[in-house]
Write a protein that binds this ligand. Structure first.
Ligand code: IFM
Length: 803
């Protein structure tokens, strides 16, 4: 069954069947104010902090047909008998004649037809705004006139989202609602919640006279509290009760009598849901967005923002699904992931459930550098504040308080309290930022290390360069028996948690990649001594990896604390792990013959038609000494699942070896835009990458989960643009080094870089995968494969001939 289609012209995906297998969402606003909206108009909104300042109650675990956070009811007829339905399908579940949920850039637009009533609702948060707008246009398509009422409804949560679920005593006693009457029958329904010395004022209002309101859920649903959202009893009365709740489950329901709409008549009502410290401070905005012209302007500004953002890199390849992802959905997901980190999705619901992860955000930042480099730098800077003086990094942080913690390692007393990889990602992210922008001054910026004195003042500051140097030195001194980095609590694979003394081959390779970056940076800065030093470190680790980790046809993944191999042919389960193969190529540690063999093993033992598995065979039963990986059944998540974040690393490795056909096959087999026809198996949104797909050892092979907030977004984008299309920023200019399928005759890319625009036309007359024989810049042939740094402000034509 198909649930929708892509509309590339409008840069939208249009859902035409509201009963998607799982909720399909879109993000509106930012973490400052915003959240997500699902395909039936349900919403989860927060301001600043999804865990501690949640506004409405969206419980993803509830069945699909249940009310979640927000809806809209429409009432046809007069007091003698009403027909009541929701134009969002949920929660009334009526028969619809047309349903379109347009998943747009920063907005959701739901257009539906029920009982001859067309409703079009555009849902968004204005750029830098602090309220959600629902712009509702309603048209009578019937031949006869109809009398219509419009009742938008929200359900509040206590701002402390966890307390809402765990404390049913004082939470309901603190929730209070009050109405503010304004001119011409307009009203603002305010809602207060308190905790200790904190309080919040939410407001819900519209630009239309409100004849009555309800703020108590029990009264709204009726039947002594046993009424349902599907059929709320209060809507059988002409008016709501005008009850200002002083406790209980607070909601906001606003009765709008639209009067009689003749055939073809259209009415527009705009609602606003926001939060403010004092209601007086919001009045200006409330009045502003009651004016439809302001709303139109705000939506146009939002669309312009996204146009500008996406225009920074536009590709045209022979693959329409790839173009669709690279020009619209993948960069959008990168930006959303960068904004929301792992803070708020259907799967992550606030800080305790991950929040900002050092490793994750460093990688997210890399995904937006071509489109919004300074936002990437800001994120990287924030992360550097929680790097320790010894060079390691805290695992997670709360950006509002800048408190950091050691992640899941806190829960296992007998395991190390740091992760061996976190700090190394920041080296990659900082270098990528400087290659993109040329802003070498960033290296001199002083940023504190995390440790504080008793007055909460940082104990030490260091330049960004010093932070990078310490990151390298931390790993260099934190080695185990085989000269490989100690694992710490975990490396990138959070779920392999081995006792102290275990070593990580992944971290060894990541360290190698970071050392390559440091060597290149030092060479660029003219610091030959440091360049030599880092190159020396690199050679040492390369030797250690090749001496102890080659297993005949692939690299092992870990040594445990007893020196036993994990990810080896000697093991019954978990014989081979993909990251040890891809990263041995990315780091450059694998000599050519081993690189080739390792990637063949990946293809033979780990690849499936739906993506590359993280490891094989899956562990089948809990093994406490291995940790979280063994809590999953074989084929799920890190235990042999198709963990998508790791797939682009294989694409990069294949491209580095020049295998364009293989790299492209790996790209294509997980392209979500190609899942549209198999959604009943895949289930998640076809317009963004999920974190994981169940592997072929699992009976539900092919089922995707945990969409949106995943490092997959950043790395799939990087693998495609930097390695398949081969357009890579460097200190000296823009590198053109494609690795494409042999049947591509070429492709074009328009890329903004260092204040100039490059129109790049790559031609592949000989049908090869890799190799560029000539590059012309504005018609003049240049030496090598790097287009030099532009003078700026200009448009350049680049022609690259492969051969
Ligand atoms: O690398 C981690 C990431 O930090 C969080 N999600 C799971 C990944 C793999 O374990």
């Amino acid at each position: 069954m198909k649930y929708g289609y892509f509309d590339d012209l409008q840069k939208e995906y249009v859902i035409t069947e509201p009963r998607t297998p799982v909720a399909w969402i879109n993000y509106i606003g930012t973490i400052d104010f915003g959240g997500f909206v699902d395909q039936t108009g349900g919403a989860l909104l927060c301001k600043g902090d999804p865990a501690l300042n949640r506004i409405i109650k969206y419980i993803p675990q509830l069945p699909g047909g249940e009310f979640k956070g927000e809806t809209l009811y429409i009432r046809i007829g007069g007091a003698s008998g009403y027909k009541i339905f929701s134009p969002f399908y949920v929660p009334t579940l009526d028969h619809y004649d047309r349903y379109e949920c347009h998943v747009g850039l920063g907005y959701m637009k739901i257009i539906s037809e029920f009982y001859g009533i067309e409703t079009e609702v555009t849902i968004f948060v204005p750029l830098n705004g602090f309220c959600e707008i629902r712009d509702i246009c309603i048209t009578n398509l019937n031949k006869e006139p109809v009398q219509l009422d419009l009742i938008p409804v929200i359900e509040y949560t206590h701002f402390d989202a966890l307390k809402q679920l765990t404390n049913a005593d004082w939470v309901p006693q603190t929730m209070q609602s009050k109405i503010i009457e304004e001119a011409e029958g307009r009203k603002i329904l305010t809602q207060y919640a308190f905790m200790n010395r904190e309080h919040r004022v939410n407001y819900f209002t519209s630009n239309h006279p409100i004849s009555s309101f309800e703020s108590d859920r029990k009264k709204f649903l009726g039947n002594h509290g046993y009424g349902t959202w599907k059929s709320p009893e209060s809507l059988n009365q002409d008016e709501l009760s005008n009850y200002e709740a002083l406790r209980g489950d607070n909601i906001g329901a606003l009765m709008h009598h639209l009067g009689v709409l003749q055939s073809g008549d259209r009415k527009r009502v705009i609602t606003q849901l926001g939060q403010t410290a004092k209601i007086d401070e919001a009045i200006k905005d409330i009045h502003k967005y009651r004016d439809p012209k302001s709303v139109d302007k705000a939506l146009a500004a939002l669309k312009q923002f996204w146009e500008d953002y996406l225009s920074k890199a536009v590709v045209n390849t022979p693959d329409a699904a790839m173009n669709r992802m690279l020009n619209i959905h993948n960069p959008r997901q990168c930006y959303i992931t960068k904004n929301w980190a792992r803070y708020l999705s259907l799967y992550q619901l606030g800080f305790g459930a991950r929040g900002i992860g050092f490793r994750d955000s460093a990688q997210d930042a890399m995904g937006i550098l071509g489109h919004a480099p300074e936002e990437g730098r800001e994120l990287v800077e924030m992360l550097l504040h929680v790097q320790n003086r010894n060079g390691s990094a805290m695992h997670q942080l709360n950006p509002l308080t800048m408190e950091a913690n050691a992640g899941d390692s806190r829960e296992m007393e007998d395991r190390p309290k740091y992760y061996s990889d976190d700090h190394l990602w920041i080296v990659l992210a900082v270098c990528a930022y400087m290659k993109e922008t040329g802003n070498m001054g960033f290296l001199s910026k002083k940023i504190p290390f995390y440790e504080k004195d008793r007055e909460e003042k940082p104990l030490e500051w260091g330049t960004v360069l010093e932070h990078l140097r310490r990151a390298i030195e931390f790993t260099r001194q934190d080695l185990g028996a085989h000269g490989l980095p100690l694992l710490g609590f975990a490396d990138w694979n959070d779920t392999v948690n081995l006792p102290y003394g275990a070593e990580s081959v992944f971290t060894a390779n990541l360290y190698g990649a970071a050392l390559k970056e440091m060597t290149e940076l030092m060479e660029y800065l003219g610091d030959a001594v440091s360049a030599r030093k880092y190159h020396g470190y690199y050679q040492e680790m390369k030797q250690n990896v090749n001496q102890c980790c080659w297993d005949g046809a692939w690299y092992i993944r870990y040594f445990d604390d007893k020196g036993d191999k994990i990810g080896s042919k000697e093991n019954d389960k978990g014989k081979i792990y993909v990251n040890a193969q891809s990263w041995s190529v990315i780091s450059g540690f694998a000599p050519y013959d081993r690189a080739v063999k390792a990637l063949i093993s990946v293809n033979k033992l780990l690849n499936t038609t739906k993506g590359i598995k993280l490891s094989y065979p899956g562990y089948s039963g809990y093994e406490p000494e291995k940790g979280g990986i063994t809590t999953y059944p074989p084929g799920a998540k890190e235990n042999g699942g198709i963990f998508l974040h790791s797939n682009p690393w294989v694409i990069i490795a294949e491209a580095m070896l020049g295998n364009g056909n293989q790299a492209y096959t790996y790209y294509t087999q997980i392209n979500p835009a190609l899942k549209n026809n198999i959604i009943d198996e895949y289930e998640c949104e076809p317009y963004c990458y999920p974190q994981n797909i169940l592997g072929d050892e699992h009976p539900q092979f092919g089922l995707a989960r945990n969409s949106w907030l995943s490092g997959t977004a950043s790395w799939m984008y990087q693998s495609a643009v930097k390695y398949l299309l081969g357009i890579r920023p460097s200190y000296g200019g823009l590198i053109i080094d494609p690795c494409i399928p042999t049947d591509w005759q070429g492709f074009t890319v328009t890329r903004h870089f260092r204040n100039a625009v490059f129109n790049i036309n790559v031609k592949n007359p000989e049908g090869i995968s890799k190799g560029v024989k000539q590059i012309f810049l504005n018609g003049n042939e240049i030496e090598g494969q790097t287009i030099p740094i532009p003078d700026g402000g200009t448009i350049y034509d680049v022609e690259a001939i492969m051969g």
